[in-house]
Ligand binder design. Structure first.
Ligand code: BGC
Length: 699
């Protein structure tokens, strides 16, 4: 919206009206002012001047509106979108979400979430992309571009350091400025600079003693002055304590707001605690973005839900990560398959909390197997259906409200059933599920398999493999779990994450090889929880923490495992395919700004497929400690036919290889290795470039 129009509006608005634009109306389900009842939030309308209430709705896996009349496509959760390593595809997902949000009258979609996978027990890891800031930032930028191409805004969240749920209201996150800038702020910086989101949500927690929503250094100096952010900042729902500190620090909108907050802001203005100029600045920021929103301005449009279901399916199949395959996959269509695990019926589409979705349907694994006319063991399937039918109430909760897995044991079938089924089937597929959600972190027991799950794997493995039949495990989960202790008992493991409404179809089609898996891990699968570097996770005092200190500093995820010689179960960037790829023809060029890396990827196998080529940089030993290697660029190939190749060209700016020394960014002189891999540990090409003079950069 143009400056003169905003200035004119500012001159007409009373102080009270200005404050109303900055404070939400409270609960949209009960407020008379709500344009979209059940949306996460809304600002106050100023009818006299034709300024509508702006509607804000979650969330990362699809539009969430708590109203039975609003059904929206459930897309894969964010960790799965990141597993695609495919920004173009994620942009289509964002666009589809944006169109659906617009059609519901939403002005800002409260997504994507950019916090880092600091620990596998993080309750919202499913809603976050990766342990790596570059992958998070690039995928987030694509997501934001997609959403905003529909004419509404995206809100990147939770700014910053919201890596755990335990004690999140006001938890003090202590983290060095170097780790903040290189790991935790970095994805936000990339998204702000590359995709220009309309909005940023400040996090619940404090950073080094100051609430994020009251933190001027964070919201004004870093976000606006250094990165050039020109949108508006809103609080997370109920975050922070002092509205005057919030608005003065650069947090423009208080959410969800309500009468109390409205009065607090007005009082602070009247007492001179918030200067009028600061209120005007905040109102101008809000209106400059939101008056241009298609959510209320133009015709909302009718989204093509069928086309969006296809996008959801594409994203789901591209996010599947094949962790292990000793000849069991793809499954021959004629084979008789025995499905085990309640997840074949209670297939988990996503996580709980504000990132939950209400789609028109969820394709379950069993439904999809039948739809594809597979020869499944119907006797076993019936046993599962019967066992689950006794949990009527829990199932209603599972399907209608929240995808919470009812606590149903995996001892649905007995040993005799398992052994008998091995005689009449060709192979077994075991589905293991996990659900997590906003508001709490997972417990160590959630990382390791439960006794009933171990019992199931042990018995199925023994019954089938004893007579030469194979066993496949499907992991329908939102964050890494233990695989190291049981992976030898199965012949293949497909990590299906939480794939949204097309879950079943995407899983079955991948198992059959109708699509070739091309996802790669955006986060490390550790061997045990004891190996995880973020040992302070959970905070102190335990159980009711007031603070958490990020002692591992910059050594998060593979940066730690690689530098300190710890072997993970499956490393960052890892994922198999039904075909094979070769890497060749590396050349490296340099100019004054950047390094250019060129190489060729060829499909050397028998099936068409896509590969994710990853470029890591290994620095020389210098004054500043650095991780052994860091991801600096990546590219997913197009679909390559057997024998076909793609020539890849990637640029890496010098600044993006520099480290923050507390004041400025430094790239030390010396010989840097370029490592091209199909994962962070499977390196196929190596080259080198030199930095002759130390380079320094400002923010
Ligand atoms: C969550 C946000 C969400 C907001 C509105 C908060 O509890 O942390 O991610 O956007 O609620 O639903």
């Amino acid at each position: 919206m143009s400056k003169p129009i905003i200035e004119e509006l500012l001159s007409k608005l009373s102080i009270e009206e200005k404050v109303k634009i900055l404070v939400g109306i409270g609960d949209t389900a009960s407020s008379q002012l709500a344009r979209v009842p059940g949306a996460a939030g809304q600002t106050h309308p100023i009818e006299r001047l034709n300024i509508p209430g702006f509607v804000l709705a979650d969330g990362p896996a699809g539009v969430r509106i708590e109203n039975p009349s609003c059904r929206a496509t459930a897309f894969p959760v964010e960790v799965m979108l990141a597993s695609t390593w495919n920004p173009e595809l994620v942009e289509q997902v964002g666009k589809a979400m944006g169109e659906e949000a617009r059609s519901c009258g939403v002005d800002v979609l409260l997504a994507p979430a950019l916090n880092i996978h600091r620990h596998p027990l993080g309750g919202r890891n499913f809603e976050y992309f990766s342990e790596d800031p570059l992958l998070s930032g690039k995928i987030a930028s694509a997501y934001v571009r997609g959403v905003q191409s529909a004419g509404i805004g995206a809100c990147i969240k939770h700014f910053v350091g919201n890596e755990q749920e335990t004690g999140r209201w006001g938890l003090d996150t202590y983290v060095s400025e170097r780790a903040l800038r290189e790991i935790y702020l970095r994805p936000f910086e990339i998204a702000v600079k590359e995709a220009k989101p309309w909005s940023v949500m400040s996090a619940y927690n404090k950073i080094n003693g100051v609430h994020c929503s009251e933190n001027e250094w964070l919201l004004t100096r870093v976000l606006r002055e250094e990165w050039g952010f020109d949108g508006f900042v809103m609080t997370d729902w109920g975050a922070g304590e002092d509205v005057a500190k919030q608005i003065n620090a650069g947090n423009d909108v208080i959410m969800p707001g309500g009468q109390d907050k409205l009065e607090q802001v007005l009082k602070a203005v009247n007492e001179g605690k918030i200067p009028i100029g600061t209120i005007d600045r905040a109102v101008a920021r809000v209106l400059s973005k939101l008056l241009g929103s298609a959510g209320y301005k133009s015709t909302p449009g009718k989204p093509d839900l069928e086309a969006h279901a296809k996008v959801a399916y594409e994203a789901a199949v591209e996010g599947m990560v094949l962790l292990k395959n000793e000849g069991a996959l793809p499954i021959d269509r004629g084979k008789k398959i025995a499905f085990f695990g309640i997840g074949q019926i209670l297939t988990v589409k996503g996580g709980m909390g504000s990132g939950h979705t209400h789609p028109p349907y969820v394709s379950t694994i069993l439904d999809a197997a039948r739809e594809r006319s597979l020869a499944i063991d119907e006797d076993l399937a019936k046993k599962y259906a019967e066992a689950l039918s006794t949990y009527k109430e829990e199932l209603e909760i599972f399907y209608k409200d929240e995808p919470d897995k009812p606590s149903i044991s995996e001892n649905v079938v007995g040993e005799a059933d398992i052994y008998a089924s091995a005689q009449r089937n060709d192979l077994a597929v075991i589905v293991i599920t996990r659900v997590s959600g906003e508001g709490w972190d997972l417990a160590p027991e959630d990382f390791y398999l439960r006794d009933d799950e171990k019992w199931l794997i042990d018995n199925v493995s023994e019954a089938y493999r004893r007579i030469g039949k194979q066993v496949v495990a499907v992991l329908n989960i939102g964050t890494p779990i233990d695989v190291a202790s049981w992976r030898e008992k199965v012949d293949a493991i497909l990590l299906a994450w939480q794939p949204g409404q097309e879950a079943g179809r995407a899983i079955i089609d991948t198992l059959l090889g109708l699509v070739n898996p091309s996802g790669k891990l955006p986060t490390t699968f550790p061997k045990t929880l004891g190996d995880v570097p973020s040992w302070t996770f959970g905070g102190e005092p335990a159980g009711n923490p007031k603070s958490v200190t990020y002692e591992e500093d910059i050594y998060v995820g593979y940066r730690y495992y690689d530098t300190f010689g710890k072997e993970p179960a499956y490393e960052f960037g890892y994922g198999l395919s039904y075909t094979t790829f070769s890497y060749s023809d590396l050349s490296i060029d340099q100019d004054s700004e950047q390094v250019t890396v060129k190489f060729r990827v060829t499909n050397t196998g028998k099936m068409q497929g896509k590969e994710v080529a990853q470029v890591y940089v290994k620095p020389p030993k210098g004054k500043i400690d650095k991780p052994q290697k860091e991801l600096k660029a990546f590219k997913k190939t197009r679909l390559l036919q057997p024998g076909e190749h793609e020539d890849i060209v990637l640029n890496i700016g010098y600044k993006d290889m520099a480290s923050f020394n507390g004041k400025e960014w430094i790239l030390e002189k010396g010989a840097y290795k370029i490592l091209i891999g199909s994962s962070s540990r499977r390196i196929h090409l190596e080259g080198e470039f030199k930095i002759h003079e130390e380079k320094t950069f400002r923010n």
